[in-house]
Design a protein around this ligand. Structure first.
Ligand code: SAH
Ligand code: SF4
Length: 397
């Protein structure tokens, strides 16, 4: 086990801090944990369950952050709560709105870590793209998050906090009678959610809880770069839709651009997809495929993708993502005709392969640009960080 820090800057996730004032943030506690925390704070055992459910309603149906507003709780109990607990939100560093309606928030944790979330409104839905880590222990070559040195798992509270903050900003407490703007969540922000399994599971459990935010598992998608050993558990214990960042169909190219492939190869990954609980034609697995010029975008690649999907009999759709370059990356986006042709080959095989329209480019909210890509890092430095990260995988897994 390597020790992270200035002396040995190996990017294994570091621990989240506790609050300096000693109070506990209720956001991110499961119902059982909330009940236990109340009992530990001196609420009589017999009352703790009822109080927990009242507080849950205030927090997750009404968006209340002030115990004084919890009018069905006695005054002295409210004072006790305020002394021991908070109902917090992540600190907002910047909030931006794109000309296309996309919104991006840069958030900061109490220990100064910055992470982002993005809200993407569409005609029939509104999707919140949520981060699971600060940085990422993986180092996909085309992804800006992968170049970040420091990595910390976000806590359940920080993950749920993103949803709470978005609903604050959208004015969705309580849920509007004519439907919510925030209808879907994708775990596609910064970080690899399956390397922060416990916290992501807890957070999504809270978001799905029927007494609170009550978002259906069918409206939540977890995206993984292919942490094969955790995929079955994700299906069984979280049960949300699965997206897989495939990005290449040969070992050579996937090893290069999604290096976790060296550990869990394409066949292993697709077999895990085939076994993913709950995947069927009504709930297909999404394969994300970032279009990189002359790297993974040939006709042969498209045909091979079709062959693999058929071989594993996968209920699949393919999302073609125009690559979003950043300084120093060394890849280009495929041109429009190439992407259209690639999409067409997959479509003709009877598999849906829409091209994702980049959103929020004017505020750098597009995929892989979370955390402003202003820092130009040399190729040598990027390679060094990548090598360091690969060394740390065993301890991170
Ligand atoms: N770690 C998880 C989820 C976060 S990445 C995963 O890899 O699946 C979310 C998506 O953004 C991935 O499909 C990733 O490949 C894509 N992405 C990353 N950088 C990108 C870039 N520069 N341009 C376009 N898409 C990018
Ligand atoms: Fe991490 Fe996903 Fe980026 Fe890869 S694409 S470095 S797994 S955030």
């Amino acid at each position: 086990m390597q020790i992270p820090g200035a002396i040995d800057p190996v990017p294994v996730p570091r621990a989240a801090p506790v609050r300096e004032d000693g109070r506990v943030d209720m956001i991110g506690l499961t119902k059982v944990e909330l009940r236990e925390a109340l009992a530990a704070a001196g609420i009589p055992e017999g009352q703790a369950k009822m109080r927990a459910s009242q507080i849950w309603q205030w927090i997750y149906n009404r968006g209340v952050t002030d115990f004084e507003a919890m009018s069905n709780i006695a005054k002295d109990t409210r004072a006790l709560l305020a002394a021991k607990f908070v109902v917090d939100r992540p600190e907002v560093v910047t909030a931006q709105v794109s000309t296309d309606g996309t919104r991006k928030w840069l958030l900061r944790s109490p220990d100064g870590q910055e992470y982002e979330m993005v809200f993407i409104p569409d005609a029939d839905r509104g999707t919140l793209c949520v981060s699971s880590q600060v940085g990422c222990t993986l180092n996909c070559r085309f992804c800006y998050t992968g170049t970040m040195k420091l990595v910390r798992n976000l806590t359940p509270g920080e993950i749920v906090g993103q949803v709470m903050l978005a609903r604050d900003a959208l004015g969705e407490w309580p849920s509007p009678p004519d439907g919510r703007l925030l209808t879907n969540i994708v775990m596609m922000g910064m970080g690899e959610p399956l390397y922060n399994f416990d916290n992501v599971k807890k957070a999504l459990g809270i978001v799905m809880d029927g007494d609170g935010i009550s978002l259906s598992k069918r409206r939540i998608t977890l995206s993984t770069s292919g942490v094969v050993p955790m995929m079955a558990r994700a299906g069984a214990e979280i049960g949300v839709n699965l997206a897989v960042s495939l990005h290449a169909v040969t070992k050579e190219i996937r090893d290069e651009i999604v290096p976790i492939n060296k550990k869990y190869g394409i066949d292993e990954l697709l077999a895990a997809c085939a076994a993913y609980p709950g995947a069927n034609n009504a709930r297909r697995i999404t394969f994300e495929y970032v279009m990189l010029r002359d790297k993974n975008d040939s006709d042969a690649d498209a045909h091979e993708l079709v062959r693999l999907i058929r071989k594993y009999k996968l209920p699949a759709k393919v999302n073609l993502i125009p690559f979003n370059p950043w300084p120093g990356v060394g890849y280009d986006c495929s041109d429009d005709e190439r992407i259209a042709r690639f999409s067409d080959i997959i479509f003709r095989a009877g598999i849906s392969a829409p091209v994702r329209t980049p959103r929020g480019r004017d505020i750098m909210a597009a995929c892989g640009q979370l955390k402003s890509a202003s820092e130009k890092v040399s190729r040598a430095e990027l390679d060094r960080r990548a090598a360091e990260k690969e060394l740390s995988w065993d301890s991170a897994a």
